[in-house]
Design a protein around this ligand. Sequence first.
Ligand code: ZN
Length: 196
Amino acid sequence: MRRLQPTYQVMCLALVIMTSSSLTMAEATHSVIAPPSCSNNQGELVSFISRSGLQGQVAAGMANRDSDGNPVIYRMNYDKATPAFQRFVDFHECAHHQVGHIDQPHPPRNSFEHLMNESIADCVAILRVREEAKETYAAVIDGLKTAMTRVGFPKISTDSRLSNITNCYDNYGSSAEFIEGVLNQSGANESTRPGN
Ligand SMILES: [Zn+2]
């Protein structure tokens, strides 16, 4: 059985809460979308599991392995998020599985490496938005902008995150190519991937 890395998950969760927290002020609830397909870098199918949690007011995702070692994404309070945001959070959490972050030691909070991992997950997520739900792009960007501003993030942080996302969306190739590049760079692509 693999060792769980709860610290990693909490940090990632915190980031997603930031992106979703404008929804705490929303009164309307939303229908919850069907999860996207998600497999990790070892070809294992990732399960999506709905949970209520936190104060029940913020939508958030959390990527992890369960107690049996199976890769999972917990979806919390998704009815508090718009469908566009739900999808982006799903893609972001899935990306952490796709590039193997879940099985790597977690870098120190707010270290360059940690922020890089989040940028990678954002990039994969927005490329999948482009590929699978292009019509929601504006809603995703608008939601991120509004949420980060409301939570009180400095403009430079919001701008930096959005700059990364729009650059990926405008200039990068497919999500599959990007993921392959990340895996090759990290060495997580060696020998263990079935069918490759
Ligand atoms: Zn993350």
